[in-house]
Design a protein around this ligand. Sequence first.
Ligand SMILES: [Zn+2]
Length: 245
Amino acid sequence: MAIISTEAIVLRSIDHRETSKLAFFFTRSHGRVIGVLKGIRKDSRKFHTSLDKLTVNDIVFYQYRNSDIHLVSHCDMKEYFPGVRQDMKRITAGEYACELVNKIMPLEEKNEKVYELLLNYCHALGRVRDIGRLVHMFQIKVLSLSGFQPHIDSCVQCGGDVRARAKFSTFKGGLVCPRCQRQGMALMAVSPGAVASVLYVGQHSWDQCLKLVLTPGVKRELKQILNNFLIYHLEKNIKSGKYLD
Ligand SMILES: [Zn+2]
């Protein structure tokens, strides 16, 4: 057993037994971690946290080798992001990111880039006007950092050029060039602008991406392609995603 002290973002929390709660954290040092906070519902002063989604906490937990659930001895909230909680759209976009990370990331595998991404997303979500664009940027980045990114820089089938008339196949996970397109394939038309946006976000820093402007048409395409892709490849429907536009 090891005692771990780290920074953690709350993805979800649920009641557990009589007086405890289970918290699903994304931690800086150990990736996704499930912890039990014993007695938190009986004595709210025991921990200095609300365990609200998208709050940053300093936590200490006992990492057991034979269990996925670890005992959390300290959990002190240090960032609450009040701007994220000011309207339903921001709250929903926050919940969506939590749900996506909770489903896409494996347990207890350190991924500091995803941690930083989630932190940057929390900061931006409280102040940007175009929330839909932010969600798409988050989707593209988290897919690329977790190794699930769609294949769009060449044909997913033959590796050939995809600059003209390529279409997107959710099933194959990428673009299919005109030569490889067959009757009966479920294909979605995708504009060069949408492809360029996905490539740009995958290759540039978060701050550079925040300056990217997406037209309403490209946003519509990204919404359809990314949501279908995530649902299909995670084989799980991201529930809060359907409320986003
Ligand atoms: Zn091809």
